[in-house]
Write a protein that binds this ligand. Structure first.
Ligand SMILES: O=P(O)(O)OC[C@H]1O[C@](O)(COP(=O)(O)O)[C@@H](O)[C@@H]1O
Ligand SMILES: [Mg+2]
Ligand SMILES: [Mg+2]
Length: 323
């Protein structure tokens, strides 16, 4: 089996500086993984007692993972700047650096203390060198389609690294020696599925098209779709995406009418775009229910979006119902 190190070395079509940037992200994730594994033994569980820019309570591991990534990336001269779900503003790093790294240091925070899969999600953008001057937030506001690399590390039953340089998707599994070995090459999300993921407790808040869609699935064999569907909800988007990558499915976190100022719960730059690139590179689809997610022009670092992703046939049906 090929190691991640060998895989990176063999990617001649990818700029060495980009490969080195991704190497730093993965190295930080190995360190995060060591903390995740030890949990209570390392005293890393529980609340941090602080909140992030989006008003969410931070767990100790949210803060630790964020700091590990920042410390590692700041050492890499190829990194011009970074942005994190847990930081109010972007952090400028090296003036000569060519790459911008955006991340959700720990996705699935509500699962940290109960030993359910969580992950780190990352996105890499190329800095537009034609724009002179110091780093600005606008440098980060690029469409998902402009990402040059994206991926995640899932701290699950196995620890896996899933990565794309936009030439398909590769999956590496962490062994006992701390090495990543390639275990899947170009997994493909099946076009059809009979499995959906949505937080059903929000049903009363959904808009009509989502009510109708989930109604069709719940009607099973007797309804418009003519087949029975099963449901899963891990509450870690990264774990849901990995399940969908491995066996298909559809995931929704729709806009709802709890807070009309929010377009959704999930973050475009740290969650939807990087996971969207993985999904698109493996034959699946991702939308905010109306537009292709990867074609949305971002307007803010912490922008939220509705998310529908996974097996093409289901994502298309949701889009159709939204008119
Ligand atoms: O608690 P809910 O409403 O089911 O939301 C779960 C969703 O929130 C998230 O945990 C948000 O991510 P963070 O944990 O990074 O804030 C997603 O991973 C997940 O899909
Ligand atoms: Mg998250
Ligand atoms: Mg998070």
């Amino acid at each position: 089996m090929q190691t991640f190190q060998h895989y990176l070395q063999s990617q001649n079509q990818v700029a060495p500086e980009l490969r080195d940037t991704v190497r730093s992200v993965v190295s930080a994730c190995l360190n995060i993984s060591a903390n995740v594994r030890l949990g209570a033994l390392a005293g890393v569980l529980g609340e941090a007692g602080t909140g992030n820019v989006q008003g969410e309570a931070q767990k100790k591991l949210d803060v630790i993972a964020n700091q590990i990534l920042i410390d590692e990336l700041k050492q890499n001269p190829n990194v011009a700047g970074l942005a994190s779900e847990e930081e109010d503003d972007f952090v400028a790093c090296h003036e000569q650096g060519e790459y911008l790294v955006l991340f959700d240091p720990l996705d699935g925070s509500s699962n940290i203390d109960v030993n359910i899969s969580i992950g780190t999600i990352f996105s890499v953008l190329k800095r537009d060198k034609t724009v002179s001057g110091s780093l600005k937030v606008e440098d980060f506001l690029q469409k998902g389609a402009q990402q040059v690399a994206a991926g995640y590390v899932l701290y699950g039953v196995q620890t896996v690294l899933v990565l794309t340089f936009k030439h398909g998707v590769n999956v590496f599994t962490l062994n006992e020696q701390g090495e990543w070995l390639q275990t899947h090459e170009n997994p493909k999300i099946p076009e059809q599925t009979a499995e959906f993921a949505i937080n059903m407790s929000n049903q009363r808040h959904w808009e009509m098209p989502v009510q109708q869609y989930i109604g069709e699935l719940l009607a099973g064999k007797d309804g418009a779709r003519g087949k029975n569907y099963n449901m899963r909800w891990v509450a870690s988007m990264v774990a849901e995406v990995h399940r969908i990558l491995m066996r298909g499915g559809v995931f929704l976190y729709p806009k709802d009418n709890r807070d009309s100022s929010k377009a959704g719960k999930l973050r475009l730059m740290y969650e939807a775009n990087p996971l969207g690139l993985i999904v698109a590179q493996s034959g699946g689809k991702i939308t905010n229910a109306r537009e292709n997610m990867l074609e949305i022009q971002p307007t803010g670092l912490h922008q939220r979006v509705a998310v529908v992703l996974g097996s093409a046939e289901e994502v298309e049906r949701v889009r159709e119902l939204h008119g």
